[in-house]
Ligand binder design. Structure first.
Ligand code: ADP
Length: 313
């Protein structure tokens, strides 16, 4: 199974003609409330793709916590993933404009209360997983703990450091030392480049800088770097030097929210199934493309039949 560490967020997405300006109130034309959070989305994406999923889903003690169980069940995920922490459940509010552009704010709540101890208690489940996945909607400690357990057991790990934060250099080093695959979008790649290769940013395109960043990451223990460029596709660097360019599939995007999570789920599902990198990247890009053609996140996650049909078309 794939073991997904956090995160859970009650997410409200408002459709607006254009994104509101500072100080402005707009009427939304539609609203969708659904269970979200990058961890939950990726877990749901993996489950939709037929991968057995385990993990830790943190919720609080407020009324929003009740959203988690039915959402997990609906996505075919075990309710045993839920961990309750005192305080608010994570919550996010986003806007999607008519052009598909989005912006959002997330309050992580219970996600930041997930502890190293809770992770340690799941050691056997982590050590027997096919892959361990994490993002940055939870604290550094539990990620470092889970990835160290995975590394010691020979289990590959995938980190999507989103939303990016400047981690203490020692903590970042600890996490990267047991990260197998790093998936970042342009914003996250730029921040990472600035923190790992200071002074070198701004001297060319990010796509051209990918190899240098991958080399710096490889020296710290990361085997594969994937940078996603939205509609401009993704560049994957394996072993710090082998470049794999995965174009985006041309589609009419109506809602770009969740593209990165769908991409990550597709990539992980491919690799966990033992597919080679190029096939896994095609699957990732197909999942990202299908996601942006549909409103909402959970309804946008494709199943294997849809991915196969899309790649054949
Ligand atoms: P994030 O949502 O994390 O910012 P990206 O926007 O870079 O991630 O998208 C991740 C992947 O999803 C891209 O590499 C691409 O394969 C796919 N994707 C995203 N936007 C589009 C789009 N407009 N058309 C086709 N594919 C897309």
């Amino acid at each position: 199974s794939a073991f997904v560490l956090g995160s859970f967020v009650a997410a409200g997405t408002f459709r607006v003609d254009r994104l509101p300006r500072p100080g402005e109130s707009l009427l939304a034309s539609a609203v969708v409330w659904e269970a979200g959070g990058k961890g939950f989305n990726v877990a749901a994406g993996l489950s939709r793709l037929g991968v057995e999923v385990d993990g830790l889903i943190p919720v609080g003690t407020d009324h929003l916590a009740a959203l988690a169980e039915p959402a997990l069940v609906r996505m075919g995920l075990p309710a045993s993933m839920i961990r309750v922490h005192p305080g608010p459940t994570g919550i996010g509010v986003g806007f999607v404009g008519a052009d598909g552009e989005n912006c959002l704010a997330v309050h992580p709540g219970a996600n930041l209360l997930l502890s190293r101890e809770t992770v340690r208690a799941a050691t056997a489940r982590i050590a027997s997983a096919a892959m361990v996945l994490a993002q940055f909607e939870i604290g550094d400690g539990p990620i470092a703990e889970a990835f160290a357990i995975a590394r010691a057991a020979g289990v590959p790990t995938l980190l999507n450091p989103s939303p990016f934060r400047m981690t203490r250099p020692e903590t970042l080093a600890e996490i990267l030392a047991s990260t197998t695959i790093l998936v970042v979008n342009e914003t996250e790649a730029e921040a990472l480049f600035e923190s790992l290769c200071p002074g070198q940013a701004g001297t060319g395109t990010l796509r051209a800088a990918a190899e240098g960043l991958a080399r710096a990451l490889h020296a710290r223990g990361v085997e594969a770097l994937a940078i996603t460029f939205g509609a401009a596709g993704a560049r994957i660097v394996l072993g710090g030097s082998t470049i794999l360019d995965q174009p985006a599939y041309p589609v009419a995007a109506i809602d770009t929210m969740g593209a990165g999570d769908a991409f990550t789920a597709g990539l992980a599902a491919g690799l966990v199934a033992g597919r080679p990198w190029d096939a896994s990247c095609r699957m990732a890009a197909a999942c990202g493309a299908l996601m942006v053609t549909r409103a909402g996140i959970l309804d946008g996650l494709p199943d294997p039949g849809e991915v196969t049909a899309f790649l054949r078309a």
